[in-house]
Write a protein that binds this ligand. Structure first.
Ligand code: ATP
Length: 251
């Protein structure tokens, strides 16, 4: 498996409060990784480190040479009074080209949205357009920050499926931040549970059984999750003094 990006013992503090505490992870080509964690756990901060928007206080970040990252934000702010069609918005994107645009419009089935005003799009339509914009740069790594916020449940399932299909077609790696544990887990290769440090990580089924995960997320969420995953018994595992998962967890 080709590693696109790896973080090694990343620490970030704000006002002397450690938000990321020795975080290590790897993002690989062709793999969907989901980052879950409670509010304030440091998920967005971690994304900013990955995107190079903030520097870590310590630790190393290694990126594949000339790595192209596509980013889909939670939302964008648009001026209600500013007329901007979807087509214009996509043409204004940094990597926009006519053949690229034609390709993503087909890939995401957004032809019918092109003449629509950006400010009038529904949550699901907006996410498709933001995804289209991220794909224009032909990313090797696609990073999505809570992509289903404001999207209804059937739209969420559709959107996750679309992301998985695109990842497969393009052979890119995906990092997805999500609160929607029960929906996203089934379509994910690797889950990282973050609460400032990496509490646990691994395949969705093993993370769902982990005591740290159980402690962080409410019982009802875990019950919903059970609908979408197969249960199996998984041994508990230890954390060392840096809150890092033991090496067995990586297997
Ligand atoms: N630039 C900053 N200056 C000071 N504190 C910050 C800054 N950015 C984030 N924080 C704090 O760091 C903590 C982690 O924030 P972050 O946005 O990374 O969490 P999150 O897991 O993405 O949360 P949520 O799920 O609620 O979006 C929070 O307590 C936040 O207030």
């Amino acid at each position: 498996m080709t590693t696109l990006l790896s973080l090694n013992n990343i620490c970030v503090s704000f006002d002397q409060r450690m938000v990321l505490d020795h975080v290590s992870l790897e993002l690989n080509r062709g793999q969907i990784t989901t980052l879950i964690g409670p509010n304030g756990a440091g998920k967005s901060t971690l994304i900013k480190v990955i995107l190079g928007l903030i520097s870590a206080d310590s630790g190393d970040i290694t990126r594949a040479s000339k790595l192209r990252i596509g980013y889909v934000p939670q939302k964008i702010s648009l001026d209600e009074s500013f007329p901007l069609t979807v087509e214009r918005f996509l043409k204004l994107a940094r990597h926009s080209s006519k053949p690229g645009l034609t390709k993503v419009i087909r890939q995401l089935s957004i032809d019918s949205l092109l003449k629509r005003q950006m400010v009038r799009l529904s949550g699901g339509e907006m996410q498709r357009v933001l995804l289209a914009r991220a794909l224009l740069g032909e990313p090797q790594l696609l990073v999505l920050d809570e992509p289903v916020q404001g999207v209804d449940i059937s739209g969420q399932i559709e959107l996750y499926q679309l992301i998985a299909d695109i990842a497969q077609q393009m052979g890119c790696g995906v990092l997805l931040v999500s609160h929607d544990l029960h929906l996203v887990m089934a379509g994910t290769d690797h889950v990282i549970c973050l609460n400032h440090h990496v509490c646990c990580h691994g395949e969705p089924e093993s993370v769902a059984q982990h005591p740290e995960f159980a402690r962080l997320f409410a019982q009802n969420e875990r019950q919903q999750l059970a609908v979408y995953t197969h249960h199996h018994v998984c041994d508990d595992h230890d954390h060392n003094h840096n809150h890092q998962p033991s090496t067995e967890e990586n297997n």
